[in-house]
Design a protein. Structure first.
Length: 351
């Protein structure tokens, strides 16, 4: 860590002990492991914890708790600094603490902000928020801490494990696991179990897992609620693939509609895109229980970066890369959003 960043993270970590804390955490395994690490460390100081609205990345996806607390600690959420500037304005007398390792823009307003990657450090050096926290908390020697630090790494680097690609983060995880009785393979299985909770949009499942993980992360392997969530997630993924409907097919563009209460958007979108490699696949996924959804666009043959830029210029809040983009929407926005998107795509294809 460069000096200034280290100083910022140190100050952030040192300001935390002694305060009562409410934790907001990313819903994935790294977020769960990071919350569990904090819970194990700060015990009764933690008055509660919860993920933001599952699948959504914005400050208004964070529901502020009713409980009394002094510090709001957000871990691994990956939203931009500008979102934290907004969140800051919603807090009254509370202090805001952020720990993250996503490549985002840092905030402008005053807060405790520790994200080395936002200031230019390499994601290789910070493969997970769990490892960042473990390091900042002084590398506690108990196995439970080491396993939690490694679990977050394996969660975020699962694609590397699955494709047998090397990553320095995995070497770090291996070192942490030495002597704990667990290995990368065992943790990879736990990741599938833990991530099932968010796939089925089950917040209670996530909270229960954090409580259990903070006490004994090894026990997650046999946790009945996680095995149930896993089975349910498998079932929902298959159901999603069976129920997705083609609603539009014009030129290279194919639009599919999916209505299901499960966070399966990218899974289904990837499958549809693989089946239609020449097309631009638009998946409109609505989750009734959340009254929100995603428009997910993916193409193997066509680049989407100009679509991405055009949408951004129109003020649409969109994230993505060269071959994929995602827009979050609320129920009443769907029709208009799909219209704008199709027009933008056809304008760019014709240009
Ligand atoms: Mn992470």
């Amino acid at each position: 860590m460069q000096g200034v960043i280290r100083e910022k993270c140190r100050a952030t970590t040192e300001a935390l002990p002694g305060k009562t804390v409410y934790i907001v955490h990313h819903w994935d395994t790294d977020g769960v492991a990071s919350a569990a690490l904090l819970l194990r460390m700060f015990q009764n100081r933690v008055v509660g914890f919860s993920p933001p609205a599952i699948g959504f990345y914005s400050s208004d996806s964070i529901k502020l708790p009713e409980n009394e607390y002094e510090a709001l600690v957000v871990v691994d959420y990956g939203i931009d600094g500008s979102d934290y500037d907004k969140l800051r304005n919603r807090l009254k007398h509370h202090e805001l603490f952020i720990f993250d390792h996503h490549r985002v823009k840092p905030p402008i307003s005053t807060m405790y902000y520790c994200n080395p990657v936002a200031y230019g450090s390499s994601e290789h050096e910070y493969p997970s928020t769990s490892l960042l926290l473990y390091t900042l908390l002084g590398e506690p020697s108990e196995d439970e801490y080491k396993i939690l630090a490694a679990l977050g790494i394996v969660g975020d680097l699962a694609p590397f494990i699955d494709s047998s690609k090397p990553h320095p983060g995995l070497e770090a995880a291996k070192k942490l696991l030495a002597g704990t009785g667990l290995d990368l393979k065992a943790l990879r299985k736990i990741v599938d179990l833990v991530d099932s909770c968010y796939r089925i949009l089950d917040r209670e499942c996530i909270l229960k897992t954090i409580r259990a993980a903070s006490e004994n992360p090894k026990e997650l392997r046999e946790a009945t609620w996680l095995h149930e969530a896993y089975t349910r997630a498998e079932h929902l993924l298959q159901g999603a693939l069976d129920s997705v409907e083609e609603t539009y097919n014009n030129g290279p563009v194919k639009v599919y509609k999916l209505t299901i209460d499960a966070y399966v958007t990218s899974y289904v979108g990837r499958k549809l895109s693989a089946k239609n490699p020449e097309n631009i696949v638009v998946l409109v996924h609505y989750m009734p229980s959340q009254k929100r959804g995603f428009v997910y666009v993916r193409s193997i043959a066509h680049r989407l970066d100009r679509v991405l830029d055009a949408l951004k210029n129109m003020g649409v809040k969109v994230g993505g890369k060269t071959n994929v983009l995602v827009v979050e929407y609320t129920a009443h926005e769907e029709e208009n959003l799909v219209k704008i998107l199709l027009k933008t795509i056809s304008d760019i294809l014709r240009a």
